[in-house]
Design a protein around this ligand. Structure first.
Ligand SMILES: [Zn+2]
Ligand SMILES: [Zn+2]
Length: 376
């Protein structure tokens, strides 16, 4: 009965003609030319900077713990989360090829950045590319799967509660996403559904081995103590995983963003549903502006290095200006309350429903719009 109602509802959906949006060439032309220049020296300098910051965190760990106890350690975990994310971002750029024009250098630096964070470089490069190629595509966007009403209702109570439970954010990237492969396939297991051929499987084996070597080295350096390994390596890494999950989530989730069924999806249309968010407190600079320059990153993920994202954003703002009052305008928000916003949205944005034929929006967004129309 419920399925039949849903089908009838779908049949009744209004078809809205797709908008005339600028082409990717129009958008490129609006961005200053220097933004597309990769400077290998600058890229390597940022990698070294983030590695030094990580080393500095370990250097201050013992005095922090001695003088400030568990409170100090908790603050240190958060600092580790953000610095770890910065290092992760460098590996992310190498995976996109926006680090340098040399693939061999990108691959080496990518492993240097990602393996200590226990992220298998090549497998994650693949799953992340699918997220960029199909942003806001109902079926093909990877990373954070889109949840439809049907999918939501078929989930067990446990799965629904887990998704809304605040602490789940610390587990979702590692180990659930990368190790257990929920939902895109394991990034550690060469025979998981993420890979299509033997070259990809070999690459997975190599990248995963690098991670295991790093994990074991940390275990040896921490006196072969499982307790220390968790306390000073794995738990700090779970904060990095949390920051990564929160940042990615907030870049692509909001009350009024749209998601498209295959026949309505189009590259530019999908990318316009990305949101720039300012975290403040110097965090945007620390995290290489992938937060407040995410829209620019999405349009030209293989071409614009992180140090040009803010200049490129100015061009994007101009070219999307005529769409300001439509769902396709440039989207940005100041989110100094990012942590609470994330927790709030995780419970509020439960599932997507159709707004028009082939176009979906979060339930709260569609219901809010309907209520506003009624009141007018
Ligand atoms: Zn993204
Ligand atoms: Zn990316």
């Amino acid at each position: 009965m419920a399925v039949a109602t849903q089908l009838n509802h779908k049949k009744e959906l209004r078809s809205v003609p797709p908008p005339k949006l600028p082409s990717i060439v129009d958008i490129k032309n609006a961005i200053p030319a220097h933004c597309f220049t990769k400077d290998t020296f600058t890229s390597v300098r940022y990698l070294i900077q983030d590695l030094l910051l990580m080393a500095a965190l370990y250097l201050i760990l013992s005095p922090v713990e001695r003088y400030f106890g568990w409170v100090g350690l908790f603050a240190w975990y958060w600092a580790y989360g953000f610095v770890g994310f910065a290092l992760f971002l460098i590996g992310h750029d190498t995976g996109h090829g926006s680090f340098s024009d040399y693939e061999w250098l990108n691959d080496i630096c990518g492993h240097i950045a990602h393996a200590p964070l226990l992220v298998p470089y090549w497998p994650w490069q693949k799953s992340h590319r699918q997220h960029h190629q199909f942003t806001a595509h109902l079926e093909k966007d990877r990373g954070h799967a889109w949840i439809t009403e049907k999918k939501y209702n078929s989930r067990s109570w446990l799965k629904r509660s887990f998704a809304a439970f605040p602490l789940s954010g610390w587990l979702i990237f590692t180990p659930l996403y990368t190790v257990f492969g929920w939902p895109d396939g394991s990034h550690y297991w060469p025979f998981s559904r993420l890979f299509d051929n033997n070259i990809e499987r070999l690459k997975c084996a190599f990248s995963a081995t690098c991670c295991l070597i790093c994990g074991y080295t940390a275990y040896a350096l921490l006196g072969y103590s499982v307790y220390n390994w968790f306390k000073y390596y794995y738990i700090p890494l779970s904060f990095q995983g949390f920051v990564l999950y929160m940042v990615t989530y907030l870049q692509h989730r909001d009350v009024d963003i749209e998601v498209y069924e295959p026949e309505e999806w189009q590259f530019v249309r999908g990318q316009t549903q990305t949101i720039d968010r300012k975290y403040g407190f110097g965090l945007d600079t620390l995290m290489h502006h992938v937060t407040d320059g995410h829209v620019a990153h999405h349009f030209f993920f293989t071409k614009i290095p992180h140090y040009h994202l803010m200049d490129a954003t100015e061009g994007i703002k101009k070219v999307l200006k005529p769409y300001e009052n439509t769902p396709y305008g440039y989207k940005s928000d100041s989110n100094y309350d990012f942590f609470f916003k994330f927790l709030h949205y995780r419970t509020k944005l439960d599932y997507l429903i159709n707004k028009s034929k082939g176009v979906l929006q979060h339930r709260v967004g569609v219901e809010g719009e309907r209520a506003a129309r009624k009141n007018h």
